[in-house]
Ligand binder design. Sequence first.
Ligand SMILES: [Zn+2]
Length: 404
Amino acid sequence: MSTTDIAFRNARLTNGRTVEIAVSDGRIAAVSSDGYAGSSPSSVVDLGGRLVLPGFVDGHIHLDKGFIGDDWRSHRPCTAGFDVRERVAFEKEALAAARPVPERAAAMIELCVSRGTTHMRSHVDIDPDVRLRNFEAVAAVREAHHDKVSIQIVAFPQSGIVTAPGTRDLLEDALRDGADLIGGLDPAGFDGDVEGHLDTVFGIAERHGVGVDIHLHDPDMLGIFELGEIARRTKTLSLAGRVTVSHAYALGQVSTSIVRRTADLLADAGVAIMTNAPGNMAFPPVLLLREAGVTVFSGNDNIRDSWWPYGDGDMLERAMIVGYRSGFYTDEELAVAFDMITTSAARALGLGEYGIVPGGCADFVVVDALHAPEAVVARPKPREVYKAGWLVAQNGVTIAGTLS
Ligand SMILES: [Zn+2]
């Protein structure tokens, strides 16, 4: 699918300028205040002065876990406080009774696209039980929806690596079959072997030339130690800009001086941090990390699944939650929350040219708001979502890519 010469007129940007956006072959050819400078566009869309935001980037989601498109599943609490291993066991039981992955993953994609997400990174469970079934299902759903959203897949060892024999080979198979990144999970807290876990993860990254995205719930100084190990390995393998630690709750649990020291290590190594500021969990101090030069971005993570019942796929809502829990009040701070679901997330995902700029993908969301800070606070529901210049969602409903 490609588009040629569409002019989006009366588009208001976050900087207040009203411009015309010229799109050719799915990319932005020009952004001009003076009208379309090229040949006559074959199609003109008048945006009526509404705000145009770059397509939202959901930097962390689990397309194989959600119950969107399934029956309501009541949350089952852990027996004695949050326990990742018990959570995984409960999840396996719940998913065994749920509708097939392709149905649920497709429903979640439709939901997210309808809210303005045009790029996402999905972790997909791989273990000796599900083997590559979830991965193959999500890869097929990705292909079926490639006109609406671009999706990176992380081969995610949700049941561990060292403690789940056979997983390592399955992860290698997934990378050979088209997974984009290698994942990891609590090297100490889940696998009980920091070196063994990280050797496997970074070894696979090196052999397959892919990036890394590790779930790290391990707390306090244990988590800080693991962040240092991840930074060290990232430097050794020259993987700067291609490694993410998701959650990194430890950064919200230790003293500011330790956070600063760790932030310097992460910035120097080029390790990004993903936070979705979940529930009542301590989470990384966003501004402090950014000041140190760390890329901090966001994602919805779990949406209506066994881990929690919340989430509606809306990245503006996620930006609001991150801002609310971070105590962001000023326009500048609200703009940081917005940046975490757009520009910083795009950088962490290595999306290349991004934003309403010449050369960028013509992926954008049209809303009624004055600017990005108001969009984060108000989360206006009427939205038009464009992917590669095609209208793919309107009023909360996805549509087959069509010219508006
Ligand atoms: Zn996750």
